[in-house]
Design a protein around this ligand. Structure first.
Ligand SMILES: NC(=O)c1ccc[n+]([C@@H]2O[C@H](COP(=O)([O-])OP(=O)(O)OC[C@H]3O[C@@H](n4cnc5c(N)ncnc54)[C@H](OP(=O)(O)O)[C@@H]3O)[C@@H](O)[C@H]2O)c1
Length: 284
């Protein structure tokens, strides 16, 4: 099985490179090796590798900056994804792609299911939704895994930001009115490896699957859990989103219902606290 992976230096990409290595011949590209803003490079790379599976873990993920850089966000999260999907279709490869809870507006009180109607609040969410739709329209074989609140041992993420802030400041202030499930890059990669290891995936339906850790918390709850796990005593004050001004609006409810991926693909991720413990153990 030949696997082409784009975005090998990202949180999810780097975890996938490790998790999928035993499954086949992996050609992994970072931005220097395969810039998704260069459609000719996408076509040349796919023609050279001739993959059975194309995994796109690259994305424009700077949620606030995207408000100012709409064109770049759409180039990477929509146009490049459309190109990948067109190429996947032309060589009958499976395309594995990742999307986000930010396609929803967060107004629903229960966790979102795959059939809920997206209504993104920000440019990043709009660009990711456009990417999802381009894949569906291409007719290629595909899995789109929508995940949420990704963190992991590597990369710039909430976990590292909280640990750095705890060193720098005696007290932290963290938003407490957004609900979600922090999901570790390692758990996401493990789930993809489990799916691709099973002989039944080729018979599974194309489409969107929600893939997030079990349970729920807020950013404030997540911050407290991180500090507790590290034995750090900094008090964490709960604040409202409005007290932490950001360029992009975020959904109040980011929870994803994982029932479909459990039923169809046999994937059940552990609770977010377990995921956190595993990541902290890995970076110890
Ligand atoms: N992070 C989250 O909280 C979150 C939540 C929900 C869904 N997701 C989705 O999950 C997936 C993985 O996210 P992640 O957290 O692993 O993101 P990440 O850590 O920000 O990694 C994204 C990677 O994409 C690369 N990239 C950006 N522009 C590129 C381009 N033009 N060509 C090639 N590579 C490019 C980046 O390269 P550089 O290293 O050179 O910058 C980076 O390595 C994405 O689809 C994202 O939308 C993420």
């Amino acid at each position: 099985m030949r696997i082409l992976l784009a975005g090998s230096r990202g949180q999810v990409g780097s975890a996938l490179v490790s998790a999928l290595a035993p499954l086949g011949e992996m050609s992994a590209f970072d931005r220097q090796g395969l810039d998704l803003r260069d459609s000719q490079s996408i076509r040349n790379t796919i023609a050279k590798v001739k993959p059975d599976i194309i995994i796109n873990s690259a994305a424009y993920t700077a949620v606030d900056r995207a408000e100012q850089e709409k064109d770049i966000a759409f180039e990477v999260n929509f146009q490049a994804v459309k190109e990948l999907a067109r190429e996947a279709k032309s060589i009958d490869a499976l395309l594995i792609h990742f999307s986000t809870d930010y396609v929803f507006d967060g107004e629903k009180s229960a966790p979102y299911v795959e059939t809920d109607v997206p209504s993104p609040l920000n440019v990043y969410g709009q660009s990711k939704l456009a990417g999802e739709r381009a894949i569906a329209a291409s007719g290629c074989r595909h899995f789109i895994f929508r995940t949420s609140w990704v963190y992991g041992p590597l990369g710039r993420n909430f976990l590292h930001a909280i640990l750095a802030a705890a060193k720098a400041k005696p007290e932290l202030r963290v938003v407490d009115d957004q609900r979600g499930a922090p999901t570790s890059s390692v758990a996401i990669a493990g789930a993809v490896a489990q799916i691709l290891s099973s002989s039944s995936w080729p018979a599974k339906p194309d489409g969107i699957y929600h893939l997030s850790a079990a349970g729920e918390t807020t950013w404030h709850g997540f911050a407290q859990a991180i500090l507790e796990a590290k034995g750090l005593k900094n008090p964490v004050t709960a604040i409202r989103s409005g007290e932490y001004p950001a360029a992009a609006k975020r959904p109040k409810n980011s929870l994803l219902d994982n029932g479909k991926i459990g039923a169809e693909l046999g994937i059940v991720l552990p609770g977010w606290r377990q995921g956190l413990a595993a990541v902290l153990a890995a970076i110890h």
